[in-house]
Design a protein around this ligand. Sequence first.
Ligand code: SF4
Length: 73
Amino acid sequence: MQEGFELVAMGRALIHDPALVAKLAAGELTESGCIPCNRCVAEMERDGGVCCPRLSEQLAARAARRRRRRSGG
Ligand code: SF4
């Protein structure tokens, strides 16, 4: 490890969170949230580019929790 790396592959981790490297450098995260389930691989053939369906679901669930908290439910 001290001799360095010629290549680091982070494809799915960066699909899950394109800001991952910046967040790791800033100490905001210590690991990727990619599990890796490969659902994004199934999305690659669709128009509009690849994305992480799991991240979209996590963001929607987080927004729903915030709405419930605000409404007192
Ligand atoms: S769909 Fe799964 S494998 Fe692909 S980026 Fe999201 S969590 Fe990772």
